[in-house]
Design a protein around this ligand. Structure first.
Ligand code: ZN
Length: 637
């Protein structure tokens, strides 16, 4: 059903509740979705100055090919094109390394020669050099210390030949002239170029400027969407965004971000613009992205139920009274369903988003934090068929438990972690919040995870209607420990240690429980393979409570030495033999390490006079169909 090639698997996501929306909201989604597809070409050009030309050439070959479709050159060409589509360019979306085509240059040139002149690329020699020569543009974003990051990165945010030192000097000077209290995000929406006199200037992405054609079409759709906005606040958000696109003024962008962050009433929300700076080695310039979302009422209610009861959870927690918050407010995270993914969020997408990125706006006005439930659901669905559970869960009984309750308890654990865990507890007076230094984030994640693990087994959750019964939590205990002790190791190269804070925290909690509560759980070897076996779930809950109390003490007292010992003893090292075994078992499952999404398709239904009657959503488009259609319908540059 879903497509697999190279290291990629494509999934579909459904948009629950779309069909039941009133027409007005459907139309709002429709036009915002159009706006989030119309910036696609901007991203392609940002990723590489040859990106659009290469895409158009490859697509022309793909659609005009008449030869044998079992030919190995053709098959390799198709994989290459699918990878280029997925990465929005010729470099891997994650590693940033250039793809090496496995079809021959002769095949490529022969197919180009068969195209009509109007479909031919401008300079075939140059283009084939870029595609085939591994030394040309090898890396999109280079972070290697000591090298000139601009000269060695092939992204298109800076004109060729501009050095890192020149760009840094340009922005250092610009920074001196900005308001230090409320600095705009300088450099965010422009390409840095060289003038004829050798000096540097910004070519701004705005209406009438660079990418102006794409931006005008985005604005046109935003204005249509405005007509169906849910309230005046949302209208003001759209107006300000259009004003920013028209002027390119970064102060206007900040005003827009403030309006957007304060607009929390609408059911349908969106972002559209130059947002994340990971694609620029210097971190100034933002890639274009857009997405539309609809509130997931059921999941948002779940998060709200927890935060409404925050004080109860705080009072009952197993930590020392001195470390508890007297007045506890839960964080009410909004859960949403993605309705359209565009630009740098497509096909590979985040599952949680927290914006805006401006530090001073976050400090003064806060941020919107969302988790995207329908994408998580699509991942979970894919995981079910992956063979992971068959391979790593110890027995059929436990597998059934996880099949039955795994999803609901995973979501709930995340909610407990986010809505209550991070917000619980307090520091003793005078304790420095940074006292745990480099161990701080692992300890903090462990605290939130333990809060979730401890409470997911509580009768209270059944009373609140959040878990179906007193058995369900066992699925989370098993999955958590299996991940912390075994399966998360597949994400680390052999010989490496655990680095990332969330992974360290999971190892810390799981290995601490294994070492200190051997009656509750063990690692057993069956037919040469290691498995987690849980012998006493209730005792395990006691273990989590005990560790939660200790971790909270460490945090509240700022006990650096205890934090260091816990993390160093349990959270970092990998056992070479076990690591090798887990990686080998995982490899045999032959799973794609990267996943992405095919978007749904919206169809506007109109009467003879052009009045909108309905918007239909369909999920039947194949990956290549969608890519070719986007190349036609949303080609703006
Ligand atoms: Zn966290």
């Amino acid at each position: 059903m879903t497509e697999r090639f190279a290291d990629i698997q494509l999934l579909r996501y459904e948009v629950p509740g779309f069909d039941g929306l009133p027409l007005r909201q459907k139309l709002l989604v429709y036009y915002l979705a159009e706006a989030s597809l119309l910036g696609r070409d901007i991203l392609w050009d940002q990723n590489s100055r040859y990106g659009l030309q290469i895409r158009k050439t490859l697509e022309a070959i793909y659609t005009h090919y008449q030869g044998d479709k079992n030919n190995s050159d053709w098959l390799a060409f198709v994989v290459y094109l699918k990878r280029v589509w997925f990465s929005n360019g010729i470099h891997h979306h994650y590693s940033c390394l250039k793809f090496q085509p496995e079809f021959s240059k002769a095949f490529f040139l022969a197919e180009i020669n068969k195209l009509e002149a109007s479909k031919l690329p401008l300079d075939i020699d140059e283009l084939s050099e870029i595609i085939f020569n591994p030394k040309v543009m090898p890396k999109r974003v280079n972070h290697a210390d000591g090298e000139d990051l601009l000269l060695t990165s092939s992204c298109n945010y800076y004109e060729e030949g501009i050095t890192q030192a020149e760009a840094e000097a340009f922005y250092a000077e610009l920074k001196q002239r900005t308001d230090p209290q409320r600095p705009p995000m300088i450099g965010l929406n422009s390409r840095l170029e060289r003038s004829s006199d050798g000096s540097l200037h910004e070519n701004v992405w705005q209406s009438g400027g660079l990418y102006g054609k794409a931006i005008d079409r985005i604005c046109e759709m935003l204005e249509k969407a405005r007509h169906y906005a849910e309230n005046d606040k949302q209208k003001a958000v759209i107006d300000k965004l259009v004003e920013y696109y028209r002027t390119g003024n970064l102060k206007t962008f900040d005003e827009y971000a403030i309006l957007w962050v304060n607009e929390t009433e609408s059911e349908v929300d969106f972002t559209n613009g130059f947002t994340e700076v990971y694609g620029d080695p210097l971190g100034y310039k933002a890639s274009w992205e857009g997405y539309v979302n609809i509130v997931d009422h059921e999941a948002t209610t779940r998060a709200k139920t927890l935060s409404d009861n925050a004080q109860w959870f705080e009072n009952q927690s197993p930590v020392d009274e001195r470390f508890k918050k007297k007045e506890c407010k839960g964080v009410s995270a909004k859960v949403i369903s993605a309705a359209m993914l565009g630009g740098d969020l497509y096909p590979s997408s985040a599952i949680g988003i927290n914006l805006p990125n401006s530090d001073w706006i976050r400090a003064e006005f806060g941020s919107k934090s969302v988790t995207i439930s329908n994408l998580t659901r699509a991942y979970n669905l894919a995981a079910k068929g992956s063979g992971m559970r068959q391979e790593f869960v110890i027995d059929e009984e436990t597998r059934q438990l996880i099949d039955k309750y795994g999803d609901v308890c995973d979501d709930l654990h995340t909610d407990l972690h986010e809505c209550l865990g991070h917000g619980s507890g307090q520091l003793l007076p005078g304790v420095d919040a940074d006292a745990l230094r480099s161990y701080g984030s692992t300890i903090e994640e462990a605290r939130a995870d333990l809060f979730g693990l401890y409470y997911i087994a509580d009768q209270k959750l059944v009373e609140l209607g959040l878990t179906p019964n007193t058995e369900a939590y066992k699925s989370q205990y098993y999955s958590y420990l299996m991940n912390g002790l075994l399966t998360q190791l597949v994400r680390i190269e052999e010989g490496d240690q655990i680095e990332e804070a969330h992974m360290r925290n999971r190892a810390l909690i799981s290995r601490w429980a294994l070492a200190n509560y051997p009656e509750a759980l063990e690692i057993v070897k069956v037919d040469g393979k290691h498995y987690v076996r849980i012998n006493d779930y209730e005792l395990l809950r006691k273990a989590f409570g005990e560790l939660l109390a200790e971790i909270q003490r460490i945090k509240s007292e700022g006990d650096f030495e205890a934090a260091r010992q816990l993390v160093e003893q349990y959270g970092i090292k990998t056992d070479a033999e076990l690591h090798h075994e887990i990686r080998e078992r995982y490899k045999r499952l032959d799973l794609a390490p990267y996943k992405g999404f095919i978007n749904p398709k919206y169809k506007l239904v109109q009467d003879d006079e052009g009045n909108a009657l309905d918007v239909h959503i369909v999920y039947d488009e194949a990956y290549d169909e969608q890519m070719l259609r986007y190349g036609q319908q949303y080609s703006t540059l």
